[in-house]
Design a protein around this ligand. Structure first.
Ligand code: UDP
Length: 249
């Protein structure tokens, strides 16, 4: 009941839409950054998830996962497919708010301590070095790879670093479930599911050139670079069909 009340309160101050059962915030990148900045000066814990069509389709098949996503304090449209879907249902999102770009804005603009959790051995540490060299305000207070046996064994280590923001990059579902399950035991205030961001920050995986991003073809660039992703990308047309169907019903 208390939780339900808290959730209602949370929802009140948000402008949201729902796509296939997943709540998404109607906001611009600037608004998202400003909101996180204000949260950093408060004590309350907040979870931020960024969704693309593949994640929404996963949630459609898995109500427990949908519930985890919907328990977040902010959910942004990570993929252009989500923005397209929002237009199809007549509730247009103003723009894509990619998790990767949101993190870079936070590194550049906020004096916060970050803990990087995720990716293969050494990747988060390399990402931390590169981020701190480029963004003097960002302090990476600790990091750990994403291939551990028991998360419980890491909690003390993370808490000893006292991060303001915990970035969790374990891939969709795993990272959101971990955040939702353990946030109360963790010292951080802001928790963000960041997917493969550490691979990008470290230089292990190259981000698409600007022109691809501007033409909304980042997904196509990733497909060219990692052809094994094609199966995952088949979800996009299925997603748009499901959205169209949901509009009719
Ligand atoms: N990963 C991890 N632990 C796991 C599984 C995955 O740390 O048990 C990492 C993986 O190394 C990669 C990220 O999670 O850095 C997932 O990347 P992907 O591009 O698939 O994420 P997306 O952004 O598409 O969800």
């Amino acid at each position: 009941m208390a939780n339900g009340g808290k959730r209602m309160q949370k929802q009140k101050s948000r402008k949201i839409i729902e796509i296939l059962g997943v709540t998404i915030d109607v906001l611009t990148m600037d608004k998202a950054v400003a909101t996180v900045k204000s949260w950093l000066s408060q004590e309350q814990k907040r979870m931020i998830f960024t969704v693309n069509p593949e994640i929404i389709m996963l949630a459609k098949e898995d109500p427990a996962f949908a519930q985890v996503l919907n328990s977040a304090d902010m959910v942004t449209a990570d993929g252009i497919g989500v923005v397209i879907a929002s237009k199809k249902i007549g509730r247009p999102l103003p723009e894509r708010v990619a998790g990767y770009d949101l993190q870079l804005r936070l590194f550049a603009e906020t004096e916060a301590g970050y803990y990087f959790l995720g990716a293969a051995e050494g990747v988060a540490a390399e990402a931390a070095r590169k981020i701190m060299a480029k963004y003097p305000k960002a302090k990476v207070v600790g990091c750990h790879n994403g291939y551990f046996n028991r998360f419980e064994d890491l909690i003390e280590e993370i808490n000893a670093c006292n991060p303001d923001v915990l970035l969790v990059g374990l891939g969709a579902k795993k990272q959101e479930e971990l955040i939702a399950r353990y946030q109360d035991q963790l010292n951080a205030k802001i928790f963000i599911g960041v997917g493969g961001s550490f691979d990008g920050f470290s230089g292990k995986v190259k981000r698409a050139p600007d022109i691809f991003i501007r033409l909304h073809l980042e997904w196509f660039y990733r497909l060219l670079k990692q052809p094994s992703r094609w199966k995952r990308m088949l979800k996009l047309p299925l997603f748009l069909v499901a959205v169209r169907k949901s509009k009719k019903s």
